[in-house]
Design a protein around this ligand. Structure first.
Ligand code: CTP
Ligand code: K
Ligand code: MG
Length: 181
């Protein structure tokens, strides 16, 4: 594959993992997953991880995966590139995994004394990627190995932090997020 094709393939394959956290920012609120419980004097997860945000984020990413699969043939033709499709299991794995990775990061943030909203450089940009890839591998192993070849994984790990910083910066400027990370 040409480099450009690899980048297009990688970003398309990761879209169902990119959307959930942003959908959660828009949809979040209500009951926190940890129900207010603490561990070692600190919240288990904090008020920033809610049932509603997690559910709607997962749903948004999964539906996007199904939609992308519908338009993949025509988009491939229009772009003159090959684009991946998603099974339900693949889409759900990516979307739920992205939410799970972000939740895991909040757990780590609270254990290391970081309050809700505090930055944890590196973790903030890659938590959802690791979660999404692991869950997709578990949910749809053969799809995963066909879709995420080594060059594709390299593009994902390099490009995602850049995209994350840009989208969160935009969300912050528009007042959708309290912090630009
Ligand atoms: N959100 C949610 N449920 C999730 C993830 C996010 O409701 N599973 C919503 C919350 O309103 C949250 C906002 O999206 O405040 C921004 O997400 P994020 O930056 O991940 O959370 P923070 O509030 O910064 O909390 P943390 O320090 O735990 O990351
Ligand atoms: K986060
Ligand atoms: Mg935050």
């Amino acid at each position: 594959m040409e480099t450009v094709d690899t980048v297009v393939w990688a970003l398309w394959a990761m879209l169902p993992a990119y959307i959930p956290n942003n959908a959660a920012v828009l949809a979040g609120g209500g009951r926190p997953i940890d129900g207010g419980r603490t561990w070692g004097g600190r919240r288990v997860l904090g008020d920033g991880k809610t049932w509603r945000g997690t559910l709607i984020g997962t749903l948004a990413g999964t539906l996007l995966a199904l939609g992308l699969t519908q338009i993949a043939p025509s988009a491939s033709a229009a772009l003159g590139a090959d684009l991946p499709t998603f099974s339900l299991r693949a889409g759900l794995g990516l979307a739920f995994g992205a939410m799970l990775g972000d939740i895991g990061a909040s757990f780590l943030k609270r254990r290391t004394g970081r309050e809700r909203g505090a930055a944890f450089p590196g973790l903030d940009q890659l938590d959802f990627v690791v979660g999404a890839l692991l869950c997709a591998f578990v949910a749809a192993p053969s799809w995963f190995t066909e879709t995420f070849t080594l060059p594709v994984l390299v593009v994902v790990v390099v490009a995602t932090p850049v995209l994350h910083i840009v989208t969160n910066g935009i969300a912050y400027v528009f007042g959708l997020k309290n912090e630009p990370w």
